[in-house]
Design a protein around this ligand. Sequence first.
Ligand SMILES: [Zn+2]
Length: 91
Amino acid sequence: MSDVATKEAPIESKGGYTTEYDVPMDTTYRCDRCGAQAYFKATHKLHSTPLLFCNHHGNAHRINLELQGFFIEDQSDRLRKNTKPDSSAAA
Ligand SMILES: [Zn+2]
């Protein structure tokens, strides 16, 4: 009887919302503040729509968001892998 329930249980262990870390945010994910490509996704168990932030705004807001109970998915390491360190996106 409980076979079906156990398959869906892991989501609850994350606090009731899914994390999609295995799904890379591509160029269609844009920062809610400035429209740049997003590398941070802030999810909250009370909000169905995640907030998206670029590397700059993600770093700027992550502390406040975490204090508000958001889970911050940081994919900014992809920024360092995909771009040359000497590009104009530095800092
Ligand atoms: Zn931004």
